[in-house]
Design a binder for this molecule. Structure first.
Ligand SMILES: [Zn+2]
Length: 55
């Protein structure tokens, strides 16, 4: 599926890569950061959970 607008800010996407990703270059970086943060948080939650289980 091809995107014509940025999923975050709604601006029209001009270059092929952005259209494939569905985000403009700036919003894509923000999106990646947000995903990484979420992943980190989840990892921490899992570790906390495992520690609690071990005790
Ligand atoms: Zn955008």
């Amino acid at each position: 599926m091809q995107h014509t607008e940025c999923a975050t800010c709604g601006r029209k996407l001009k270059d092929k890569k952005s259209i494939e990703r569905g985000y403009g270059p700036v919003c894509y970086e923000k999106h990646l950061k947000a995903v990484a943060d979420k992943y980190k948080k989840n990892q921490l939650t899992i570790y906390d959970f495992l520690e609690e289980e071990a005790v």
